[in-house]
Ligand binder design. Structure first.
Ligand SMILES: [Zn+2]
Ligand SMILES: [Zn+2]
Length: 346
């Protein structure tokens, strides 16, 4: 089959590789019908995720059709249409029993396109298939469901829920890429008084406005701290969500939060960021970090099928399943291309 293979920092290739095979009786082989490129894949290519070895098939998001199941798989049958979550779950370890699948110690967690071969391929082996996939309701387009594999639950769980967004809050979202937009989408469900989106890309800020940000700030031109202080009677944001993953954006998010506020880091960081405890120690702030669990996926699926969340508007570019080079190029140049999520499908 054809797959997108990582060959060390800055190097990848679309190439012929062996088809995946069932290696554990809980596995399923899923035919990939649609997949996408994540900002995390760019971090991997940038060398920020060193545990990804050369030769790894990238990708951790897919919608597909079950092709084959191991003898231990109970819930899935060949032909079933499934969402392959970015997080696999053994279902039995302590963290899985607590619904914290991202921290699974039984062989799951974020493994696809990380420590085992991923979804940017014609077929993928999904471990613990019963607990790592969701059956897709009839009538929902592949590309809308694909947004539930990572981007929507990540913004919702690691940004909105971890940040404790409540009605009336002022929510600052630093970084208006797909995950920041997902955090804006999720925050709206809680009726905040203002959502303020901060980015340097005009295209992304325009998207943030369309996704529900009340105020958009280009921080290369306007000081976001002054703007947030003006909006909040000098206090600061109730919740600051970091969705960019650089030292500067993390430090900005901490500054933007009011005393007693919450800072929810979603960004994938490849470098150390400074926590200015000499300024922050007495401000009663709470900082959360996290990897998505996918525990909200059933809820988000109902919100998408019920029309409360428009998942389709994340998709800006569409490609054939073999067109990885084009898709990565358009996604990596998102500031110019306006790409949010790119979808590759059969
Ligand atoms: Zn991802
Ligand atoms: Zn587990």
């Amino acid at each position: 089959m054809r797959a997108l293979v990582y060959h060390g920092p800055g190097r990848k290739a679309v190439q012929e590789v062996p088809d995946p095979e069932i290696t554990d009786d809980g596995d399923a082989i899923v035919r990939v019908d649609a997949t996408t490129v994540c900002g995390t894949d760019l971090h991997i290519l940038n060398g920020d995720v060193p545990e990804v070895h050369e030769g790894r098939i990238l990708g951790h998001e897919a919608v597909g059709t079950v092709d084959e199941t191991g003898d231990g798989v109970r819930r899935l049958r060949p032909g079933d249409r499934v969402l392959v979550s970015c997080i696999s779950a053994c279902g039995t370890c302590r963290y899985c029993r607590e619904g914290r699948y991202g921290q699974c110690t039984g062989g799951g967690g974020w493994v696809l396109g990380h420590t085992i071969d991923g979804t940017q391929a014609e077929y993928v082996r999904v471990p613990f298939a019963d607990t790592s996939t969701c059956l897709i309701p009839d009538g929902v387009p592949d590309e809308e469901m694909l947004m539930l594999a990572d981007v929507l639950p990540t913004g919702y769980e690691v940004g909105v829920l971890a940040g404790g967004v409540r009605p009336g809050d002022v929510v600052a979202v630093v970084g208006a890429g797909p995950v920041g937009l997902s955090a804006i989408t999720g925050a709206r469900l809680f009726s905040p008084s203002h959502i303020v989106a901060i980015d340097t890309s005009g295209a992304r800020l325009q998207a943030a406005g369309q996704f529900g940000a009340d105020i958009t700030i280009d921080d290369s031109r306007t000081d976001p701290l002054a703007a947030i202080k003006d909006l909040t009677g000098r206090l600061g944001a109730d919740v600051a969500i970091e969705a960019a993953g650089t030292p500067a954006t993390f430090e900005m998010a901490v500054q933007l939060a009011r005393p007693g506020g919450r800072i929810a880091n979603i960004g994938v960081h490849g470098k150390a960021a400074t926590l200015h405890l000499e300024r922050e120690w007495a401000r009663d702030i709470t900082i959360t970090t996290g990897l998505v669990d996918g525990s909200s996926t059933p809820t988000l699926m109902r919100l998408v099928t019920g029309g409360q969340i428009d998942a389709g508007r994340f998709v800006t570019h569409r490609f054939g399943l073999a067109e990885f080079d084009q898709a990565y190029d358009v996604f990596a140049r998102s500031a110019e291309t306006g790409a949010l999520k790119v979808v590759l499908s059969r």
